[in-house]
Write a protein that binds this ligand. Structure first.
Ligand SMILES: [Cu+2]
Length: 106
């Protein structure tokens, strides 16, 4: 019995030591990297600009307050440019691999 407990504890510590962690759903705006770096993009007012910048080739990012997350899988999020969204995924450093994205209707 003790042996199983030990194995269980080992498995637990292994699973928490991976480089990425799952994130709680994050609510923010899909902005563009250029404007987000200037502190813009965390409001609905920036929507048109974000859409334009992303179309123009800027990387899409998730802006949560004053925190900016890179998006690993751009394709999943570009259609939400400028929109308020809830994002779920895996986070590595400051980059998110999005597994689920839902638009928040105002
Ligand atoms: Cu912009």
């Amino acid at each position: 019995m003790k042996k199983y407990l030990l194995l269980f504890a080992m498995a637990l510590s292994l699973s928490t030591s991976f480089a990425f962690k799952r994130v709680e759903p994050l609510t923010g705006y899909i902005g563009d990297a250029m404007c987000a770096a200037k502190g813009k993009g965390n409001s609905a007012e920036h929507a048109a600009c974000a859409a334009k910048c992303i179309k123009g080739g800027e990387a899409a990012v998730l802006v949560v307050g004053d925190k900016v997350y890179k998006i690993a899988n751009q394709k999943e999020v570009v259609k939400y440019a400028g929109k308020k969204v809830i994002v779920e995924g895996k986070i590595t450093d400051d980059s998110i691999e999005v597994t689920k994205i839902t638009e928040v209707k105002a």
